[in-house]
Write a protein that binds this ligand. Structure first.
Ligand code: DAK
Length: 260
């Protein structure tokens, strides 16, 4: 398969793995082939010791315009139930332990918005547009949208987006906490990769512990979350990198992390 036919393009830049969604004619609508390939690329980067952070991006016009409506239009309940639609391949991203950045330009609609919400950091270009318009199809956001969006931006704004199909521009999405930062359109690629490179330069097990701890905040009480965080902190003292980091600070030199 050549690059034009591949539904995802995979490249590396130093310790950064980059996955580009590549169905430009369909605005990167997410079909099974694309979600399978994305999952495969993410797991390969997650298993690769030479990679410390991952960027998922799309085109200048669309991060992804949602689940592929053409593929879904004639599916029956039994089709999606028996094949475990969504869970089967959309949730692979939840297994990734390394930091994942969504670099979003243009449309992030439906499943595209949900994919961004499943990433750890969302960098948006000024032209980014976020929406969960499934209600227009008499569907509902079914790839985590009704669960992750209220956790990200609160119930009132999440209800507004899910029930009215309201579209947020990048500035609104930034204000509401759906995205981490907004950059000029032409800077999206470079800024996202630079951010990923900066993160990937830190100690990988420390990054993984932070990601796991922050995610735990979404899923537990404060007392349980703080207990989990404290154990993660104690475990840092078993890592070579933490000792290297602290000694390097005291010796006024750059640390040399070995990701152990
Ligand atoms: N699926 C398939 N094709 C799509 C698509 C999509 N989601 N979005 C766009 N396309 C295709 C268009 O059909 C068009 O194809 P051609 O006509 O050229 O062959 C091409 O991409 C360009 O689109 P437009 O001509 O519409 O481009 P515009 O710039 O005028 O408009 C747009 C861009 C993003 C505003 C518009 O394309 C649009 O509204 N797209 C649909 C957005 C949407 O409704 N997304 C939500 C999809 S539903 C479930 C769990 C989860 C889900 C479903 C079920 N279960 C557990 C059962 C999730 C559902 C979704 O994500």
């Amino acid at each position: 398969m050549n690059a034009q036919e591949s539904v995802v393009l995979v490249e590396t830049r130093g310790r950064v793995g980059i996955v580009t969604l590549n169905r430009p004619k369909q605005l990167n609508a997410l079909n099974d082939a694309l979600m399978d390939a994305l999952g495969e690329a993410l797991l390969a980067f997650d298993a690769d010791d030479a990679i410390g952070a991952i960027v998922i991006t799309g085109s200048d016009k669309a991060f992804a315009a949602g689940a592929d409506i053409a593929a879904m239009a004639d599916w029956s309940y039994m089709d999606v139930y028996r094949s475990d639609f969504i869970t089967r391949n959309w949730e692979t991203i939840r297994r990734v332990r390394k930091p994942v950045i969504a670099a979003v330009a243009g449309f992030a609609m439906g499943g595209g918005c949900e994919l961004a919400l499943a990433c750890d950091i969302v960098v948006a270009a000024e032209n980014a547009k976020f929406a969960l318009p499934e209600i227009k199809l008499a569907m509902l956001p079914g790839a985590g949208g009704t669960q992750r969006l209220p956790r990200a931006i609160g119930k009132a704004k999440a209800m507004d987006m899910c029930l009215s199909a309201r579209v947020l521009d990048a500035a609104e999405a930034d204000r509401y906490g759906l995205v981490s930062r907004v950059v000029p359109n032409e800077r999206l690629h470079d800024e996202s990769i630079a951010l990923a490179a900066r993160i990937a330069g830190y100690s990988l097990p420390a990054l993984m512990a932070i990601k796991e701890s922050v995610n735990r905040a979404w899923e537990s009480s404060l007392t349980e979350g703080i207990g989990f965080e404290r154990r993660q902190l104690h475990a840092r003292f078993a890592s070579d990198d933490a000792h290297e980091g602290m000694h390097a600070f005291l010796e006024k030199r750059e640390p040399e992390f070995r990701h152990r």
